[in-house]
Each structure stands twice: as structure tokens, then as C-alpha cells.
Write a protein that binds this ligand. Structure first.
Ligand code: CDP
Length: 238
């Protein structure tokens, strides 16, 4: 998110480098049950992002020091595989993956009925196999589907999308060039049934009108992705 105004990423007809119009979402497909040993799992292919989420639990909470007497804890781990980007990622946890794990857990805690499982833990593993911007959104979306696939009670699923601004134009669902060289990025976690937000981060500057447009693109995209999530959980076309 450097705001490199000299990098042209949208032409005078509003066509972006990957051929999309300003309001277009990348192609999204979702499959459940991809990790047979997990209690629930999902693979989300979103553009060239590939994310897998696996859910284990509810199970006894270890280590005991993180146990809560009145509810379960969500143990969320987001990781980008070393081969997921052109620059090899150093394996293991780093500052970025800790931050994304934390905001993902916070978003999911808003919907999972944790009070149904006191002193338990639900483990949510998110692995990014191929990264092309918006992986925190793809990972959060995959985790929601995996939790639903595991039968964990939730008030709603979380759908996450990041719109932003490139060359002074607000566009839906940033790709890697747009994320790296654009002027602003607005990832949001949306509850599709109520339109409530459980996650929002903003990188860069947006005017009030631009913010509203990015918000609207995220909301519209979330409804489209939500239908794909529901179809995948019903075992229909993903
Ligand atoms: O993936 P997301 O947009 O949620 O997070 P980001 O930190 O804004 O990263 C944007 C993109 O930069 C990622 O999706 C990757 O494609 C790339 N990236 C990378 O190649 N190496 C990293 N260590 C971090 C990000």
C-alpha cells in the first residue's frame, strides 16, 4: 500500500490490469471436507489465492492457563506457506501472522457461540498455499466455512473482502499489484444476514465518499461470496 501514483493500474475505460471492471470480484470457489481428519475443513480459491482452513474441536483446553470457565476459547493460527509467494516466506510465526491470527480470532469470536462449551478449545488452522492479496480475508472466509462444516454453532458466518483505491479510483477486491501499489485498502469482515461488521482495517487514506464506495463494494461482494459459501456447505455447486 505505497500509493505509487505513477504505476498505472486502471485504464481510461475503467479496465484493471487483470481485466476486471472497478466493481468486479475475482472468481471464487469453495469446497468443504478437504482435510478428512479434521472435524471441519474448507478450501477457498479466490482469484489466485488458495487457502485451506481446518477446525478441530471442541476439545479439552490445553494449556490450562488459556482455559476459560464460562466459555470456549478459539485458538486461531494463520500461516502463509513458504512457497505461497515469489519471495520465499521464512517458515513459522512472525509479527504479521500473529496480527492476522488475532484479528481473525476476534472476528470469529463475535459469531461462534463459545458459551456453549465452557473450558473447551476450538482449534482453527488457516494455511495460505498461494498468496495474491487479501489473504486475511480469504483465510477468515475459509475459517467460517470450516467452522460451519464442523457443526460449531454460530449466529452467522463471516464473509471478508478488501476493496480499496488505485490511481484515485475505488475498486472492489484488490489483487496483488493493486494492494502493493494502490493508495488504500479496506478489508472488512461482514455478517451477511445482518450486514453487521466484525472486522475492519484500513491502510491508506480514503475520503468519506471513497470510503462509502469501498464499503458498498465490500457489502455487495460479501453477498455474492456468502451464496458460494452456502452452496459449498450444502454440497452443491461451489
Ligand atoms: O494478504 P493480505 O492482503 O491480507 O495482507 P498484506 O500484508 O496486505 O499482503 C498483501 C500481499 O502481499 C499478500 O497477499 C501476499 O501476496 C504478499 N505478501 C508477500 O508476498 N510476502 C509477505 N511476507 C507478506 C505479503
Amino acid at each position: 500500500m505505497g500509493g505509487y501514483g505513477d504505476v498505472q493500474m486502471i485504464d481510461e475505460n475503467g479496465i484493471r490490469v487483470d481485466g476486471r471492471g472497478p466493481g468486479d470480484l475475482r472468481p471464487v470457489s469453495i469446497e468443504t471436507g478437504v482435510i478428512p481428519v479434521a472435524d471441519g475443513s474448507a478450501r477457498v480459491i479466490w482469484g489466485t489465492n488458495h487457502a485451506v482452513a481446518a477446525v478441530y474441536g471442541p476439545m479439552e483446553c490445553h494449556p490450562r492457563k488459556i482455559q476459560r470457565q464460562d466459555r470456549a476459547v478459539l485458538d486461531v493460527r494463520y500461516n502463509m506457506a513458504p512457497f505461497s509467494t515469489t519471495d520465499r516466506m521464512r517458515p513459522g510465526f512472525n509479527r504479521r501472522s500473529r496480527e492476522i491470527s488475532k484479528v481473525t480470532a476476534d472476528a470469529l469470536e463475535s459469531v461462534v457461540l463459545l458459551e456453549m462449551y465452557p473450558r473447551c478449545k476450538v482449534r482453527v488452522e488457516i494455511e495460505i498455499l498461494c498468496a495474491e492479496a487479501g489473504t486475511r480475508c480469504v483465510g477468515l472466509t475459509a475459517a467460517s466455512v470450516a467452522l460451519a462444516h464442523a457443526g460449531i454453532p454460530m449466529t452467522d458466518m463471516v464473509v471478508s473482502v478488501a476493496s480499496g483505491k488505485i490511481n484515485d479510483v475505488v475498486v472492489c477486491d484488490l489483487n496483488k499489484e493493486e494492494d502493493n501499489y494502490g493508495e488504500a485498502d479496506l478489508p472488512m469482515g461482514i455478517l451477511p444476514n445482518s450486514g453487521e461488521l466484525v472486522f475492519l482495517q484500513m491502510d491508506g487514506d480514503l475520503s468519506q465518499a471513497e470510503f462509502q464506495q469501498a464499503w458498498d463494494y465490500n457489502m455487495e461482494a460479501a453477498m455474492v461470496v456468502h451464496q458460494i459459501m452456502v452452496d459449498a456447505l450444502k454440497g452443491g455447486d461451489a
